[in-house]
Design a protein around this ligand. Structure first.
Ligand SMILES: [Zn+2]
Ligand SMILES: [Zn+2]
Length: 96
């Protein structure tokens, strides 16, 4: 079984093993990046997932084994972070 070692920038490493015929993973879907992808975007779009192929540099980990593409990561930070939802509570109530 052909196995290809890989190492990610954060130090994670391992092997990608292909069964039978050898097939390279699809390249990262980010424009200008042709690194091979080890991740897919897990962001839910309607009833399915985004599923964009992402390399280690462009897959943003938001939880255990949950990764978002750069666009959905930005969206998630802007709209999907309930922790920051009510921090600026008294903004906009200036009276003089
Ligand atoms: Zn990439
Ligand atoms: Zn995505």
């Amino acid at each position: 079984m052909p196995c290809t070692p890989f190492q990610l920038p954060d130090g994670t490493h391992g092997f990608i093993c292909s069964r039978g015929r050898r097939r390279a993973p699809p390249p990262c879907s980010v424009d200008g990046c042709d690194a091979s992808s080890g991740f897919q975007c897990d962001y839910r779009v309607g009833r399915k997932r985004c599923d964009r192929h992402l390399c280690a540099a462009h897959a943003h980990e938001v939880g255990p084994d949950v990764h978002f593409c750069p666009e959905h990561f930005a969206l998630w930070k802007r709209e999907g972070a309930p922790v920051q939802a009510s921090i600026d509570f008294d903004a906009g109530s200036e009276t003089s």
